[in-house]
Design a protein around this ligand. Sequence first.
Ligand code: NDP
Length: 257
Amino acid sequence: MSNLMNDKVVVIMGVANDRSIAWGVAKALHKQGAKLIFTYRKERSLDKLNKLLEQHQIEALQKVSCDVLDDASIIAAFDEIQKTTGMIHGLVHSVAFAEKDELQGEYVDTTRDGYLLAQNSSSYSLVATAREAKKLMTEGGSIVTQTYIGAERVVKNYNVMGVAKAALEASVMYLAEDLGKYGIRVNAISAGPIRTLAAKGVSGFNDIMSTIEERAPLRRNIDQDEVGDATMFLLSSLSRGITGEVLHVDAGYHILG
Ligand code: NDP
């Protein structure tokens, strides 16, 4: 199968380097003929993105700065996309943030600022970007975010981010209901642990990965390309009947008690 995404325009948020889940998604979408627009926050991320695009000979339609903590920045980013490209068909939300201090010890010690920052960056950001993306999805579309099993059950040290992911998954349901009438689907991938920049912040991450290797039905960890392919599926017409769903790409770990 190829060209499942032929001429579809997809906005990808969250490439920080070659390990980013969003980069796995970019590769999968490119393979299927999608046209890609990237948003970035840090200049360092833009530099990495430029190098990756060159290495892989991928030509981006646009690269736009966007800080999801700032409404004006989100609005400006989607305005710029509208002016240069016009209509879009997909949005990949692959951004999250929490202070390192909040990703260790006990959840009961979470600070108010730490809680609000995690919710703001990792959960409200989907609501704010979906609202702007909707305006450009004039022929319907698909929005996919990235979540983690720490939303459903207690994962040691994941703490404030688990609660932010629970809010993110609830947002997926409410957004799916709101946007369904415009032919826009909203889904999430719940990926197993992957060594990325963001994952480095979670204390004891190596232990989480070895547990998966020992216990998950497939007895191995998953990678960015597997998440990329599943995200591409949720963006493509193959998944046209699916919305409000959380799809686990975790070697089956979530079925264990
Ligand atoms: P990365 O560190 O590669 O990506 C995180 C991205 O979030 C970066 O590109 C970063 O941009 C961006 N970001 C953070 N804050 C902001 C902001 N205020 N505005 C704009 N962008 C921002 O890590 P991952 O690929 O692991 O993370 C992607 C998603 O996948 C996250 O939602 C994460 O929770 C989720 N996930 C990760 C798993 C894992 O094990 N790695 C497992 C399951 C889900 P910049 O660096 O430019 O600030």
